[in-house]
Design a protein around this ligand. Structure first.
Ligand code: NAD
Length: 437
């Protein structure tokens, strides 16, 4: 078993650290955020992720898992250091590598024994060559260090399951030593491992994420055409799904992809292509379609209503998808400012995302309107003039159609997740708009 340090305790770093401890390694998770570390030491996860807290508590108790802000102590004698810090989008679409650079410098200045540095963060092709050179340039002690690429494919909401039962583990190395060590670290997971060179591993991550984003945008594009020609996107998707070459996943039309990965990873790959004198037209199209899709329902509603001014607007779902508290690039963040600008009085409900949303939009007057947060769906719908559904949380999916009719002042529903059967809504006298149907 190995002594592993993990830099960054976000969705990727914390889940990786916990799962490495779960299979028997000795893990120290490092973060610069003291509050996060204090929370984790108490057994509390700083992120909402199903099953994570149980494993944190279990492995902390046995001493296999520790948390610290003291990166010097954690990196000094680690066999392997996994980097899971953020690589957010810069205004020009490129990936911001400053967090990676900081960790690389901290590693270089503190390691006292030979060490494998493994980059889990999503980084543009060629970055890990630079990270390795950078660490070597700043090394203080006479030790060997190599960098490997090990991109992460977990989905938020099912991160622990996705890590322990991953479809594949991608490792990108430039030496037998690095390859063998990474294979060994992952051996207890008993999962298929694809071993390639470093640049191919980096590309596999972008190519996979961008393919999924492209699939979503493709279905949204077809959905928009369905609306114009009288087809139903759900029936179309069902018909397509039987074709094994297409597959049955990621065929749901909606109000666009969000989250911390697809939006930035599409832009970063498009940027990388441009830097290399190539125009990645397919990904560019995926980005364009997604941008329009996010405000599609708002535009529809704006055509239907004279004004939002003074209207009570129920918003159901704030996070970018169910199962997570993450708001990054969520459709709600595009639509709520538009609604507020237009004078709406918003009553927002989300079973998990409220706290994070409130930090950005505190309750009260905002723009030309106002925002209030409610703890249950009924309070959002009561006397509402219009309802927007942005996230298909389980309890939102379970709302009975009759509730819109009985609770709302005017049952006008814009559903970005195609939850309901159109006919049943119409029979009840609910004016119901969805995507591609
Ligand atoms: P995150 O923002 O949730 O977490 C990053 C963490 O790193 C934060 O807790 C931050 O405090 C910490 N940090 C910053 N600088 C540090 C330093 N010098 N030392 C130690 N900790 C430091 O990020 P995330 O969502 O986990 O994503 C991390 C990377 O993994 C990104 O490149 C992302 O694209 C990629 N990725 C994310 C997902 C996902 O679903 N979130 C999936 C696959 C890949």
């Amino acid at each position: 078993m190995y002594k592993i340090a993990v830099a960054g305790t976000g969705y990727v770093g914390l889940v990786a650290g916990v799962c490495f401890a779960e299979v028997g390694h000795n893990v120290t998770c490092v973060d610069i955020d003291e509050n996060k570390v204090k929370l984790m030491e108490k057994g509390v996860s700083p992120i909402y992720e199903s099953g994570l807290e149980e494993l944190m508590q279990k492995n902390y108790k046995t001493g296999k898992l520790n948390y610290t802000t003291d990166y010097k102590a954690a990196y000094r004698d680690a066999d392997a250091i996994f980097i899971g810090v953020g690589t957010p989008e810069r205004p020009d679409g490129s990936a911001n590598l400053s967090y990676i650079a900081t960790v690389a410098r901290q590693i270089a200045e503190n390691i006292e024994k030979d060490c494998l540095v493994v980059v889990k963060s999503t980084v543009p092709v060629g970055t890990n060559d630079k990270v390795e050179q950078f660490i070597k340039d700043f090394l203080v002690n006479d030790v060997n260090v190599e960098v490997a690429s090990n991109p992460e494919f977990l989905a938020q909401g099912t991160a622990v399951h996705d890590t322990l039962h991953a479809a594949r583990i991608i490792i990108g190395t430039e030496s037998k030593w690095a390859e063998n060590m990474l294979m060994d670290i992952y051996k207890p997971f008993n999962l298929p491992i694809v071993s390639v060179n470093r640049r191919s591993a980096e590309m596999i991550k972008y190519a996979s994420n961008d393919f999924l984003a492209l699939k979503i945008s493709y279905m949204n594009d077809i959905a928009n055409l369905c609306e114009l020609v009288g087809a139903n996107i759900q029936d179309v998707a069902k018909g397509m799904s039987y074709d094994e070459r297409i597959g049955s996943k990621f065929l749901n039309a909606g109000i666009g992809y969000g989250g911390s990965c697809f939006p930035k990873d599409t832009k970063a790959l498009e940027y990388l292509a441009r830097q290399n004198g190539y125009e990645l037209r397919t990904i560019k199209a995926a980005i364009d379609v997604n941008k329009d899709q996010k405000t599609k329902l708002f535009k529809k509603a704006s055509r239907r209503l004279i004004t939002f001014n003074g209207l009570k607007v129920a918003v159901l779902g704030l996070t970018f998808k169910p199962g997570t508290d993450d708001l990054r690039e969520a459709p709600s963040l595009e639509n709520i400012p538009l609604l507020l600008e237009n004078g709406a009085e918003i009553y927002a409900y989300d079973p998990v995302g409220r706290k994070n949303f409130e930090k950005r939009y505190p309750e009260g007057k905002c723009g030309n309107g106002s925002i209030s947060y409610v703890d249950n769906i009924e309070d959002a719908l009561k006397e509402a003039n219009v309802c927007f559904i942005f996230t298909e949380w389980k309890d939102i999916k379970e709302i009975k159609p009759e509730s819109y009719k009985s609770l709302m002042r005017t049952p006008l529903v814009y559903d970005g997740r195609n939850i309901y059967d159109i006919k049943s809504m119409r029979i009840l006298g609910i004016e119901y708009y969805s995507i591609g149907r």
